[in-house]
Write a protein that binds this ligand. Sequence first.
Ligand SMILES: C[S@@+](CC[C@H](N)C(=O)[O-])C[C@H]1O[C@@H](n2cnc3c(N)ncnc32)[C@H](O)[C@@H]1O
Length: 294
Amino acid sequence: MSDNEQTANHYTKQWSSDLNFRSFVQQNAEAAKAMPSRQLPWAELFERIRKQASERTTSVYDAACGFGDILNQLAATPVPAKLEYVGADIHGALDTIDRYGVATLLKHDITRELPTRQPFDFVICRAAIHHTPDPRATFDTLVRQLAPGGTIAITAYAKKAPMREAVDDALRAAIIPMPNDEAFATANQLTALGRDLQRTKGQITIEQDLPFLGIKAGSYDVQTFIYNHFIKCWHNPAFSEQHCDLVNFDWYHPPFAFRYERDELREWAASCGLEIIKEASTEAQHYMECRSPR
Ligand SMILES: C[S@@+](CC[C@H](N)C(=O)[O-])C[C@H]1O[C@@H](n2cnc3c(N)ncnc32)[C@H](O)[C@@H]1O
């Protein structure tokens, strides 16, 4: 299997109706706030797009549209009358996505330009560019599909503390070659570790910044300290155990998961002649929104 096929195969399982993550997110808006996508300024961008698309024709390319979460938000009732949405992804579960009567969904590799109409007023690539083999080249490809004065918004994984980076690489090297079901079952051990660490009472206090180790002074609960600096072991009691496993599976199993410093993303934007209009970061991801020249 090629890397691309492996990515597609992974996400075909992750977004399958068996695991039903789409319904979980739609029915548990409060729980979904724990997801990185809800902690970065995507909702503001979606509101802007919805407003513009209710007034004039507005085209959106959702590159790597996943299980349709962005479409669900852009096309929420009342569906903006002049929204023209194209979503593309390589997984085999696109048929699980509601098209709201406005969406075109294509099985397509976003590292290549779309065969259909372009350019787009908005190009969105949320939490996906780092899963492509050459994310910088993917960014250039996406920018080429942007209309003059258009907006591109991406999120990419953030680089973590060096111990966490090393553990991520080691565990990923062992988990990536596993077939889907074995990797999913293995992800349950990360869920169990996260759960037990969360149940462990007490605080860890670090008296001074330790920049070489990527640790800032402060008090941390046990799971947050270990999660942020040593090993990703996601657990959230508002998620089912299976959906916690899905989040850990999402981290450890796709063949590519590049991580970046904010400056590296800035450099991508500069080399494409884009103006950065908004940035934000969490421990997990960087958000960057840019405008192309008119
Ligand atoms: C973590 S999900 C994010 C989905 C969606 N953007 C969201 O934020 O809800 C990553 C997605 O990237 C897709 N993907 C990875 N590589 C791709 C490629 N080369 N072409 C198209 N989609 C790709 C995967 O299939 C998966 O659906």
